[in-house]
Design a protein around this ligand. Structure first.
Ligand SMILES: [Zn+2]
Ligand SMILES: [Zn+2]
Ligand SMILES: [Zn+2]
Length: 1011
């Protein structure tokens, strides 16, 4: 025993000490850490560390390089980053090459506006100069996005992202078009496509959006042509006499009166019943099931005005004849006012739901929903093959012209009598008035419905037949070919070598691949299948210039098309050197192979196609253009991860390109995320004032808050975000940070190599904490493996706030602070804390990329130089300890007892019986079972409850499991540990401390003083 002066008590308490600050101060700490990562070349270090490991490739869907990032873009990149970081820490080599979608209409429009501001017109510029301006705009925008993505802590090859406007990408896009040509998928034809009359371009399906729109709904009569033999026979059947003076009319219904001048036919369903009914001098034909709906609209009085309209007999005695729709097949009507026939045709697409599906093919389910609801129309569908998909299909089948007398600006051409030069939407009311004056309009009203609109200018679109390039979904091609790999592990197709096997179309191939792909969430499979089933041929041409030109030539002499894969590849090689600008700067002769001649006429002069490829063809080409180009990547990717709108967009076009290139889907799994909405679940709009700007959140709270918000939301569903929600996320962040800080602070002076206690020698409570850690490790790793990141977050958050903060840390605080620094009891707790802090840093790293690295740097082993320079070079922890089910069950019960005691203490505090829990003496009465457990842990109970004294007695049977009463602790408060003890004052050297502290102080003195 030392004879020196007693120690100063305050200095003998082990207070936490750490460089891990309580306040994150992310405004400064995050940029500093980004700088450190850059100096480390961290992304390269991760690549080198992963060399030789099994690969995991997330292929980036390219955001559009036009505007700054918004919360949805940030979310998308963060979820991808969580995938890449977690796969890396699961032991994969997971390189991430980000990309940008650089071509397309919005950039052209932006550049046009910028030119207009300078008083210039696009037409004043050569195409190559205009394209240069587009290129510069995209380059600017993507640089800003890159800066913002990096600020969010997203790791990737940011110095060399893939750009759809790079020479290589443009060349590959052209080559892939050649591949589609080579395989016989490409054709040129007039077909109705979505057309924006304001932007004057065809639109892809993914470029139209449905909005509410009010259209004129009109009921129009088309007379039966009684001049034909068939017409005569039919009239005889209906009226018993072909000379009956009453004319017979087919009633059609439409919400697009402007398509009536293009009417060439009337479609009916062969399986429905139709009726001819008398309307005092005229005979009308409608579907039998719609008679009661149509007749009142025409102002026809019910036979019995008192009878309810929903009755079936209301108009029955007006019916002259009932017959199946098939009876009408190939009869002829006359156009309602033009001197031309309108052919009766039968088609299953005709429904009782009103509109034909011409405008609703985009979303098959939407069309089905519409069919299922309410009756409208007449069961006779006005058919204009140039203005609708179903119209086109049935018109083709019946040999009708694909007639489209509407120009690119939406104006009727000169051949349209009465309305030439009128814009179609403005012609609608004129046509209605015209028909009324002519007496062919029976009824009209305003009709609100969902109608496709242009995604850019938000105006309603039309269907318009124009010459376009198409990729056929149904052209059958040989199948049964196996996917092969070359020596570098890249996918190659042996299509050209092996043409045997059963034919398969792109659609059939795609549907086959859908079954092989893993869809997360699982409903994605059905969604994709529906998209593919309803998808019409892919219109890949656009009448614009900022994109990849369709590398096709036309013979000047005979007008033959030159769509030849070897010519395409020749052009692509030029693009590879000079970019696709070459198409506009070189003459056709300088783009064709030397001495090229027309295969038809031998001509040597050619013109160039002026259309470019759909941007979805560009981005769809990325699997080949990127995965097969960048070192370390491979085709196919393991996962594509995008928003749910990409089922009809990028997932779809990528699948088509994958099939053309390698007969396979370019992805093994597809993960989708939901939309970002505001706190009430409404869409975010700048104009509505409810949008959350990621850059502002970063400025105020740090990128970590956006990352944690992303991680904490179930991203498969709609994700809500608002200032209040972010406030809660910040609160959660503080709790996680404080948990890490407690662990790190109490590891001060702990050297794991020297001080760690072997697991079997650890105190049981510490072993319990590690078994809980094992459970959370397992849960987190399972969440990472299955892309369920919100379950990772919730597991870690609950572990930190409940298991650690509210239980374990609360209990061991006394031991950590008051035991001798090197005592076994304290070292045991520190051993557990070291495992916990290390595991938290690793498990949190994919979610909290910055903070986890900060935890990492404050671990004792990091400071000892025993750890990698960043947590992002580490792997996830492994749950190694054998689970001790008996021990876990005992502690569960002890914590149940603790909850009862804590409630009793709370009541005692409220009654002012005690202040702190250490002023309490807890008396427990327990039944046999509980008593036996508590008795086993009698010495631990006061620490478990954080009180000074606990006494325990056995309760007779039937009196309940546990009773708790709280009294004041006996003895005096120890100056050092604040526990009460009857023995304070017994010790002369330290008269103000308890027996426990005296022992600790002796140890400290023996070790040579305070730590
Ligand atoms: Zn538009
Ligand atoms: Zn020719
Ligand atoms: Zn004490």
């Amino acid at each position: 025993m030392s004879t020196e002066t007693p120690l100063e008590l305050k200095k003998t308490v082990n207070l936490p000490r750490t460089g891990f600050a309580q306040k994150a101060n992310m405004g400064q700490s995050e940029p500093a850490r980004l700088k450190r990562w850059a100096e480390l070349n961290l992304y390269d270090l991760i690549r080198r560390a992963g060399a030789g490991r099994e690969k995991f490739i997330l292929h980036d869907g390219p955001p559009y390089a036009n505007a700054d990032i918004h919360l949805g873009t940030a979310l998308n990149k963060i979820v991808k980053d969580i995938v890449v970081k977690s796969r890396t820490m699961l032991g994969y080599d997971s390189p991430y090459v980000p990309g940008y979608d650089c071509h397309g209409l919005p950039i052209e429009q932006h550049v046009e506006r910028a030119l207009a501001e300078k008083g210039k017109k696009r037409a004043d510029l050569p195409v190559a100069s205009f394209r240069r301006a587009c290129r510069e705009h995209a380059a600017d925008a993507l640089q800003r996005q890159t800066r913002d993505f990096q600020r969010l802590g997203i790791f990737g090859l940011w110095e060399d992202p893939y750009l759809t406007m790079s020479n290589h990408f443009e060349a590959e896009t052209a080559r892939l078009f050649g591949r589609f040509v080579e395989r016989g998928y490409v054709y040129k034809g007039a077909r109705p496509v979505y057309w924006c009359v304001y932007d004057q371009t065809a639109l892809a399906e993914a470029e139209v959006e449905y909005r509410e729109h009010t259209s004129p709904s009109v009921y129009v009569k088309f007379p039966l042509d009684e001049g034909t033999l068939d017409g005569k026979a039919f009239k005889r059947e209906l009226l018993g006499n072909e000379d009956d003076p009453r004319p017979v009319f087919f009633l059609i219904w439409t919400t697009t009166p402007w398509t009536l001048p293009s009417n060439l036919g009337i479609a009916v369903n062969p399986n429905f019943d139709y009726v001819a009914f008398d309307n005092g001098g005229e005979v009308y034909i409608v579907a039998a099931d719609l008679l009661n709906d149509v007749a009142p609209k025409l102002g026809i009085a019910a036979t019995d005005p008192g009878a309810p309209l929903d009755g079936t007999s209301t108009y029955l005695d007006r019916v002259l004849k009932t017959f199946p729709g098939s009876r009408l097949d190939r009869l002829e009507a006359r156009h309602a006012w033009l001197d031309r026939p309108s052919l009766l045709m039968v088609g299953e697409h005709v429904t009782l739901g009103g509109e034909a599906d011409a405008e609703t093919e985009l979303d098959v389910r939407e069309a089905r929903d519409k069919k299922a609801t309410g009756k409208a129309g007449t069961g006779l569908v006005h058919t204009a093959p140039g203005h609708g998909h179903d119209d086109f299909v049935i018109g083709k089948a019946y040999g009708l012209d694909i007639y489209c007398p509407v120009d690119s600006a939406g104006r009727f051409t000169a051949e349209v009598e009465h309305f030439a030069g009128e814009r179609v939407f403005e012609a609608n009311p004129q046509i209605v008035d015209f028909m009324r004056a002519r007496g062919v309009l029976l009824f009209s009203e305003e009709y609100a419905h969902r109608y496709p609109h242009c995604w850019r200018c938000k105006n309603p679109v039309i269907f318009r037949a124009t010459p376009q390039w198409f990729v056929s979904l149904d052209a059958a091609l040989p199948d049964g070919r196996e996917f092969e790999q070359d020596e570098d592990g890249r996918a190659v197709s042996n299509f050209t070598e092996d043409m045997t096997g059963e034919p398969v179309s792109l659609r059939a191939g795609a549907l086959r691949e859908v079954e092989r792909v893993e869809w997360v969430p699982a409903w994605g499979e059905e969604r994709m299948r529906n998209m593919l089933r309803g998808r019409p041929d892919w219109c890949v041409s656009r009448q614009r210039v900022w994109g990849v030109p369709i590398p096709v030539f036309y013979c000047r002499a005979c007008e033959a098309e030159v769509a030849d894969p070897s010519v395409v590849n020749h052009v692509a090689d030029i693009f590879e050197r000079e970019s696709a600008d070459a198409w506009y700067t070189r003459e056709a002769q300088d783009l064709l192979p030397e001495g090229f001649r027309c295969g038809g006429c031998g001509g040597a002069e050619f013109t160039k196609e002026t259309d470019i490829l759909d941007v979805w063809f560009d981005s769809g080409s990325s699997s080949v253009a990127v995965l097969e180009k960048y070192e370390g990547l491979r085709w196919p990717a393991d996962v594509y991860l995008e928003g749910g709108d990409q089922y009809r967009g990028w997932f779809n076009s990528s699948l088509m390109v994958g099939l053309a290139a390698h007969d396979r889907a370019p992805y093994r799994a597809v993960v989708t995320h939901g939309w970002v909405v505001d706190g009430q679940g409404r869409a975010m709009h700048k104009s509505a004032g409810n949008s959350v700007s990621p850059n502002e959140v970063i400025k105020e709270s740090g990128a970590e808050i956006i990352r944690l918000w992303t991680a904490s939301s179930d991203y498969h569903e709609e994700m809500r975000c608002s200032p209040e929600i972010l406030q809660r996320v910040s609160e959660a962040y503080r709790k996680l940070r404080n948990t890490a800080r407690f662990a790190l602070g109490n590891l001060d002076g702990f050297d794991p190599a020297r001080d760690a206690v072997a697991l079997p020698e650890m105190l049981e409570l510490d072993r319990w904490a590690l078994s809980e850690l094992d459970r959370v490790i397992e849960r987190a790793l399972e969440g990472y493996r299955t892309y369920e990141f919100h379950t990772v977050y919730h597991a870690l958050y609950n572990f930190c706030t409940v298991t650690l903060s509210a239980r374990y840390f609360d209990i061991i605080k006394d031991r950590l602070y008051t035991s001798a620094p090197r005592s076994h009891a304290r070292r045991s707790a520190q051993t557990a804390l070291n495992y916990i802090a290390d595991a938290l840093a690793r498990l949190l790293a994919p979610l909290l990329a910055f903070t986890a690295d900060e935890i990492w740097e404050n671990l004792p082993e990091f400071k000892a130089g025993a750890l990698a320079p960043s947590v992002h070079l580490a792997e996830f922890p492994v749950a190694r300890r054998e689970p001790d089910a008996g021990m876990q069950a005992r502690w569960e019960r002890l914590f149940e007892a603790r909850d009862v005691v804590l409630r009793a203490l709370e009541e005692a505090r409220a009654a002012k019986l005690i202040g702190s829990g250490l002023e309490a003496h807890v008396r427990l009465e327990a039944d046999r079972k509980t008593y036996d457990l508590l008795e086993q842990y009698r010495a631990d109970l006061r620490y478990l409850f954080i009180v000074s004294q606990v006494s325990l007695t056995l309760l007779p049977e039937e009196a309940g499991a546990l009773r708790v009463s709280v009294g004041r602790a006996d003895g005096q408060k120890c100056e050092r540990c604040w526990n009460y003890s009857t023995r304070v004052g017994e010790f002369t050297r330290y008269p103000t401390v308890c027996e426990r502290c005296v022992e600790a102080l002796a140890e400290i003195e023996a070790e040579g003083g305070a730590a």
